[in-house]
Structure formats: C-alpha cells, structure tokens
Design a protein around this ligand. Structure first.
Ligand code: SF4
Ligand code: SF4
Length: 288
C-alpha cells in the first residue's frame, strides 16, 4: 500500500529570528537534538523495513536542514526503493556544499518547500540557495508569508524566479479582514492560488483523507491522523498503518494549513497539485 507521512520530531529551534515565530529565539539544547536525532533514526529504520511505499514530508517546528542528521535523512530516504517522495519544509539557509549532500540526494524522489524570510536573508542569498537546487534538477516550490510589509519583496521574488517555479503566498490570517480587496487582487496575480490559502475551512464532520492513508508521525513514532488532531492512534513500532483507520470525518472546527486542507476531498486540491501536493507544486509548473 501507499502512505503519506507528515513527520514532525521534537525539534523546536531555528537559526532565524522571525518576529512572529515562537521558535525564533529558542536555544538549541544538545539533549533535545539527541532525542530528535534518535527519533529520525528510528523513523528511517521503520521505512527501510516496511513493505509499504511512502511519500514523506518533514514539517519541523524550526529549521531542520541546518542539522547534518536531517540532511543525511533526506539523502538516505531519497534512495530507498519504497520511498516515492521525500520533501522538507525549510527556510533555505542550509549549506549547499556540506558533505556533498545535495549532490548525493536522489533528484527523482527529493523535493523542497522553501520559505523565504526577507527580514532574515537577502533576496540574493535566497536566490543562490534555490539556484543550487535548480543546478541539480531538484524540485521545489518557494514562497513567503503575505504580511503587508513583505508585498514589495514578494513582487521582487516573483520577478526573479524562473516562470516554471511556483511561488506560493501564505495568507496572514491572524486578523480577520487583514487584506483589502485590492491587496487580494494583487496577491492573486502573484500567486494564482492565494485564494485557496486565505480561508479557515469549516471542517468538523467533513470527510478528510487523513487517518486512512495519510498520517502524522512524531519522534517517538507515535501516529496521529494529522498534525492538528492530537489523538494518538498507534505507533510505528507496533502498528501496521494498513490496519489503522480513523473516522473519515474531521473532529476539528476548521482547517487552514495547506498540509491539512489539501486532504479535504471537497476542495479538489488533488486536481490542482497532482503528485506535487507535499512540496506544493501545482501540476502546471513543470520542474525536474
Ligand atoms: S524561519 Fe520559520 S521556524 Fe525559523 S524563526 Fe522564521 S518562521 Fe520561525
Ligand atoms: S480537515 Fe484538517 S484538521 Fe481535520 S482531520 Fe483533516 S487535516 Fe486534520
């Protein structure tokens, strides 16, 4: 069988200091890293020994790719015969050259979701980072949180990126009615799918594919249906995912993150993203 896993370990630290982020100033604690690293090792071992096929997205709290064990996890998983895809959400500050990891990764299975943080990294530095992926034929989407002060930089990023690279804009949703109609119009011109991300979708009782073939896994191997429903339904060391079945209905009031609402069949996101759901690359953007 084929499964999708959203993996989030115990990492909670970042090398960037974005003003709105709870992980911005968290110090890296050696013991926490060791726990997280052990979780990643167990997870890789589980995938290696599984009879099933997997699409995997690392969705860390903080930045994972500054740590060698995550880079090696990407390299190792990308080469496994039962891994269809391994992708990661990253701020793009990773070393391009360390241990030649980008040259060793399998380009047909690896993918990247790059978040640009203009207050932390210059457009030139960010461009150099994604160019390293382009040079190696590695697939990626990239984007920015759509806070209003970012809009001029979002325009610049779109103008700099090759047309075949999809640029998403994450709607700033903390304040209802944050955007004027005119701003929404402009943002839709820059990201044709911006409207998709603008909403808190009512989801309680709605059919959701998570918990059937899509699961969230943490550093202990505990399995949940998704990152947003905190009920543990199994563990990778004890349960075959083929035997785990949640209710098809979402227990939460709303769902508002791409990595959640894409699994609501009523939103037909699969017809937009096809095989690019995890790394957020719509079908019409041909990469790799
Ligand atoms: S890069 Fe991401 S995780 Fe790091 S501080 Fe900024 S928002 Fe937070
Ligand atoms: S709709 Fe969102 S919150 Fe609800 S189960 Fe699906 S992914 Fe989780």
């Amino acid at each position: 069988m084929e499964f999708t896993i959203l993996y989030r370990g115990s990492l909670k630290s970042c090398n960037f200091h974005c003003a709105y982020c709870p992980f911005a100033w968290k110090k890296i604690v050696h013991q926490d890293l060791e726990t997280d690293k052990a979780g990643i090792s167990r997870f890789i071992e589980f995938i290696e020994n599984s009879q099933h096929h997997y699409r995997i997205l690392f969705t860390p709290y903080g930045e994972a790719m500054i740590h060698a064990y995550y880079r090696e996890a990407m390299v190792r998983l990308s080469k496994l015969p039962n891994v269809i895809k391994v992708a990661v959400q990253t701020n793009g500050s990773f070393s391009v050259t360390a241990d030649d990891w980008l040259d060793r990764i399998a380009a047909d299975t690896a993918a990247f979701w790059l978040s640009f943080h203009p207050e932390q990294i210059s457009l030139e530095q960010f461009t150099n980072q994604y160019q390293a992926l382009l040079d190696r034929n590695l697939r990626f989407s990239c984007g920015v949180v759509g806070i209003k002060t970012n809009i001029p930089t979002i325009r610049q990023l779109r103008a700099t990126l090759p047309q075949f690279v999809y640029m998403w804009i994450n709607a700033y949703k903390r304040w209802h009615g944050y955007y004027t109609d005119k701003e929404i119009e402009e943002l839709v011109l820059l990201d044709p799918l911006f409207n998709n991300n603008l909403h808190y979708y009512p989801s309680r009782g709605h059919i959701c594919r998570t918990g059937q073939e899509i699961f969230s896994v943490d550093e202990k191997g505990d399995i949940r249906r998704c990152h947003f429903v905190d009920t543990i339904i199994g563990n990778i060391s004890e349960n075959d995912m083929a035997n785990l079945h949640c209710s098809p209905h979402c227990p939460n009031d709303t769902c508002h993150c791409h990595i959640g609402y894409i699994y609501l069949p009523e939103l037909h996101q699969h017809s937009i993203y096809g095989d690019g759901m995890l790394e957020r690359i719509p079908c019409q953007y041909k990469m790799g």
